[in-house]
Design a protein. Structure first.
Length: 1032
């Protein structure tokens, strides 16, 4: 201060330096922490935060990876079983193809055989049909000719007449004789009459005998014909019965029995729900697999239940261990807080109340220390000022000996012991944390091992459940197929029943037609025989009638002859002559009889023709009829053979077509399954091992398709998860976590020999992510938390250090403001202010540093063991960046700013530098302002007026006498004594100094005396008015 007064040059800067040295000598500004220059910490924390922020997704990726490995195992097992099923299916497909070819070959062969045999049968049938038709036509022709002979040509009458030709001839001869006799002379009338009578009677008898013989022959022939007819009809009846028996025992009857049996079987099948054996076997296999799945699921669920119980128990142990660990950390923090409190008490920061107590009053513990709150001791905003004038507290005197000395007032030795003890407690607490962390890690490892056992079990249960679901679907499908097949079989049986019923009806119709044909045929034969024998009987009867007529005619002729004989005899006797009428009548009869005989004689040609026709045609009628019957039977049999052949072929064809249809459907189904299975197998890696299949083909296809879909989805999820993790890590290529990741990648490259961009390489990276999360991240998190705590504590302490300066600057500025204007006597100057401000507050870094410190204190108070939030990291980053370019030095002078404000004659002015101060007003006014400020500071620094202050002062001549007087009046009131050196001996200046010395280099120091009257009386009196007292 003396130096500042002696020299006005750079006095403003020296004033600021003086304030810095006197007011802030106990404040030490720490240098900025060196590790603040390491910006990678923020990047490490940001990388770790971003990475752990996606931990759930990355864990999902790892979980998906583990699930994918299980799915891949299931996929490969299923693919191995499916491959075995494909081999079996291909063999079965080959067998089906062979069977289908054989069936098709059989169909072709049966068709060819059918066509060949059908052609043969149809040729035979056509031949028999044609022959039957021809025979039938022949028989009809025979009967037609026979009818013509009998009815139209009346051959039997002609034959009968021709057989009586002799009688007719005899009658003619007799008539001729009668005629001759009638014309002869009547002589010997009586003798002649008797002779004639005798001859006539003899002739009649002869004719009657011949006719009777013929009639008897005809009667015998008629009786023999009736007997033969009866025998033929009996044989015909027997043949009819044989034919009926043959029909009843024949193929149609057997076919009817077979059809009725088939119809009964088809009816039972149609009315009964019966599943096919293959469908039943398939359902049985599925149900067996279902039972196996259920047993496996129950077993695994039981194991899972046991493991989950153990997992829950260990989880509770883990939660308990974490609670104990958190409690240990809380206790450790609490003990650290106690240690920090002890350290704060043992080594208080500058500017705190405790540091002022120890510096100003070593015995403070015996007085105010007994009653003051401990928390007040560490505060640095109380602006303590030790006066030491009294031992009272706010004017109160207390018997402080009655109050025990509190812990914070302990002496240094006690504090050192407590510090050692507390450090031991902290070490034990930290050791407990380590032990409990180890216990928690052990439980976590145990929990992880259990989780690694539980997850495959859950996966197996889910897999078995999915397989069971697929099996149920396959079972439902098999049931539907079995039901469909059973219904189809029922429908086919119904159709077959309808077909058989129709065939029964048709066969019965054929049987009845056959029976009717037999009855009709034999009826026709019976009628033919009856007709034949009736015709023969009619012929014989006709001949008999003709013979009887001949008998009657002969008898009539005989009677007429006798009558004529008697008449002639009478006439001869009476007249002896001949009657002309008799001659004419007799001659007419002769002529008529001659014509008849001639006509009968002409019958022999026709009779010969008839006899020839009868021998050639009519006599072969029975043979032809037998041939017709044989041909008709053969024709019907041929038709039956054709029908039976058609039915047999239709049955065989339907059976083969049904088998072919079943084989084709099975072939197509197998082909589709093989195509699906092969396609799925091709999507799998190469499967070398083939496992004996335990599940149905369709279920394996569904399982493998599900596995492939699930694996593809999991693969995509894993790759996406790995991509997300890599994307996060690649944003922080200089971070520790990225380097740890890169190290894991390098190790995997060496082991696998794959490129990091290969899909298989990327699919294996979740293991590295798991290692990173489970091993590297916790260690890195702990390390970074420690580092960020170190960085944050350093920044916070640096902030507190600067803040203590700011508070001290504010305090000093307030006190200086109070003391500057005290007893100020310069009229032209009013409201002189000396404002001291901190440069720290002016910098943008201070706002950022303060915001960081606020967040940091809040985060530390939360006792959070996690990474600091993004806002805090951003604040650290901003504070870090701001401090890198902040002009913050360690010397106090560079960190404060001085501002002088004043009013001169009501005009407000201010100055922040010497140049501005000189420019505020005249040189004298600026100097006066400086003197007023120095006077105020002097008594601020030394408020005890009993202590005199001596100031060197210079350039008083620049001031007006009035202001000089006012200056000395202020100094006198403030107890300040000035000394100065002047080149001038102006009495206006010298009179304010009690001691006046003349210093000469040659003559030495001499005392100056004031001359009498040397001072203007008027001026002297004016000064006396202005000056309140004499300067001592």
């Amino acid at each position: 201060m003396s130096h500042s007064i002696l020299r006005r040059k750079d006095m403003f800067e020296r004033l600021k330096n003086m304030i810095a040295e006197t007011q802030f000598k106990d404040i030490h500004i720490n240098s900025r922490p060196e590790h603040l220059k390491d910006k990678t910490l923020i990047q490490d924390i940001a990388a770790l935060r971003d990475f752990t922020a996606s931990e759930d997704r990355i864990r999902d990726c790892i979980e998906n990876h583990n699930t994918r490995l299980l799915v891949v195992k299931d996929r490969d097992d299923t693919a191995s079983q499916l491959k075995a099923r494909l081999v079996e299916a291909n063999d079965e497909l080959s067998q089906l193809a062979t069977s289908m070819k054989v069936t098709e070959s059989k169909l072709v062969a049966e068709k060819e055989k059918y066509e060949t045999e059908t052609e043969t049968l149809r040729t035979r049938y056509q031949e028999l049909k044609s022959k039957t038709s021809q025979l039938d036509r022949d028989i009809k022709t025979i009967y037609k000719d026979h009818d013509a002979w009998i009815n139209e040509r009346d051959i039997h009458s002609k034959k009968a007449k021709y057989s009586n030709l002799q009688q007719e001839q005899q009658r003619l001869d007799n008539l001729k004789t009668q005629l001759d006799q009638l014309t002869q002379q009547v002589k010997n009338l009586e003798g002649e009459r008797d002779t004639e009578k005798y001859k006539a009677r003899e002739h009649r008898d002869q004719i009657q005998n011949q006719i009777n013989i013929q009639r008897n022959q005809l009667v015998e022939e008629l009786r023999a014909g009736e007997q033969k007819k009866s025998e033929v009809l009996q044989v015909l009846s027997q043949d009819k019965q044989k034919a009926i028996d043959s029909l009843n025992d024949g193929e149609l009857s057997l076919r009817l029995k077979e059809l009725n049996s088939d119809h009964a079987t088809a009816k039972v099948t149609a009315n009964t729900y019966i599943e096919r054996p293959l469908d039943i076997q398939e359902l049985s296999d599925i149900e067996s697999s279902e039972l196996t799945y259920l047993e496996q699921i129950d077993g695994k669920r039981e194991s899972l239940k046991t493991l989950e119980s153990e997992f829950d128990l260990v989880k509770k142990q883990r939660d308990s261990a974490h609670d104990l660990l958190d409690q240990a950390k809380i206790n450790a923090d609490k003990e650290r807080g106690k240690l920090n409190s002890l350290q704060a008490i043992a080594y208080p920061n500058d500017g705190t109340l405790l540091s002022e107590f120890r510096r100003e009053n070593p015995k403070w513990t015996e007085s105010i220390g007994r009653i003051i709150d401990k928390d007040l001791l560490l505060r640095s905003d109380l602006e303590p000022e030790y006066i030491g004038s009294t031992d009272t507290v706010f004017g109160w005197s207390l018997l402080l000996e009655k109050i025990d000395i509190p812990d914070h007032c302990a002496d240094d030795e006690t504090l050192a012991q407590r510090l050692d003890q507390q450090e031991g407690v902290v070490r034990n607490a930290e050791k407990t944390i380590v032990e409990r962390e180890a216990a928690a890690r052990s439980i976590h490892t145990q929990l992880k091992e259990l989780d690694q056992k539980i997850k495959p079990l859950r996966h197996d249960i889910d897999e078995l459940t999915n397989r069971l679901s697929n099996l149920w679907a396959e079972k439902q499908k098999a049931k539907e197929t079995a039901k469909h097949n059973a219904i189809a079989d029922q429908s086919a049986a119904k159709n077959e029943m309808v077909r058989i019923a129709a065939e029964i009806t048709q066969t019965e119709k054929q049987f009845n037609e056959k029976r009717s044909q037999i009855n009709h045929r034999f009826s026709e034969h019976h009628q033919e025989i009856n007709a034949k024998y009736q015709m023969e009987s009619q012929r014989i009867q006709r001949q008999k009638e003709l013979l009887e007529e001949s008998l009657e005619t002969a008898e009539s002729d005989f009677k007429d002859q006798l009558k004529r004989i008697e008449v002639r005899y009478s006439e001869y006797c009476i007249e002896s002559g001949v009657n002309p009428e008799d001659v004419r009548e007799l001659r007419g009869k002769v002529n008529q009889q001659t014509k008849l005989v001639q006509e009968i004689k002409e019958y022999w040609i026709e009779i010969e023709k008839f006899d020839h026709w009868s021998s050639v045609r009519w006599d072969t009628r029975e043979n032809i009829e037998q041939q017709l019957r044989d041909c008709e039977a053969a024709r019907d049999e041929a038709q039956e053979n054709i029908n039976r052949h058609n039915k047999d072929y239709s049955l065989k064809r339907n059976t083969l077509n049904q088998q072919l249809s079943i084989d084709t459907a099975k072939y197509k189904e197998l082909e589709v399954k093989i195509r699906q299975g092969t396609s799925l197998i091709n999507r799998c890696p190469v499967i070398d091992e083939i496992i004996e299949p335990q599940h149905p083909f369709g279920a394996l296809i569904l399982d493998l398709e599900r596995h492939l879909t699930r694996e593809a989805q999991l693969r995509e999820d894993v790759l996406n998860g790995v991509g997300i993790a890599q994307q996060i890590l690649q944003q922080y290529v200089n971070s520790r976590i990225y380097k740890a990741w890169q190290m894991l990648l390098d190790q995997r490259k060496m082991v696998s020999g794959l490129n990091e961009f290969d899909v298989e390489f990327r699919l294996s990276q979740p293991n590295d992510l798991a290692h990173l999360l489970d091993n590297d991240v916790p260690d890195l998190r702990d390390l970074l938390i420690e580092q960020v705590r170190a960085v944050g504590d350093s920044l916070s302490k640096y902030h507190d250090n600067l803040n203590s300066l700011n508070k001290e600057v504010d305090r000093v500025s307030r006190h200086l403001g109070k003391n500057i204007n005290a007893n100020q006597r310069i009229e032209n100057l009013t409201n002189i202010e000396l404002q001291v401000t901190s440069v720290v507050k002016e910098g943008d870094y201070w706002r950022k540093l303060s915001e960081f410190n606020r967040q940091w204190v809040e985060w530390c108070e939360d006792r959070d063991f996690k990474l600091p939030p993004d806002v805090l990291l951003e604040s650290i980053q901003l504070a870090n960046d701001a401090l890198q370019y902040a002009r913050v030095k360690s010397d106090i002078n560079s960190l404060i700013r001085l501002r002088i404000c004043l009013e001169e004659n009501g005009r407000r002015a201010h100055a922040t530098s010497a140049a501005e101060l000189d420019a505020v007003s005249s040189n004298g006014i600026s100097y006066l302002a400086i003197l007023v400020i120095f006077k105020g500071m002097a008594r601020y620094l030394c408020p005890n007026l009993a202590i005199s202050l001596h100031w060197p002062i210079d350039e008083l001549a620049a001031l007006s006498p009035e202001n000089i007087a006012r200056v000395f009046a202020m100094f006198d009131e403030a107890g300040i004594y000035c000394f100065s050196a002047f080149p001038s001996t102006d009495p206006n200046l010298l009179k304010f100094f009690k001691h006046r010395k003349l210093i000469d280099r040659r003559t030495g120091v001499r005392e100056l005396k004031e001359k009498g009257g040397g001072v203007n009386s008027e001026l002297s009196s004016r000064l006396s008015e202005l000056v309140a007292g004499e300067v001592g």
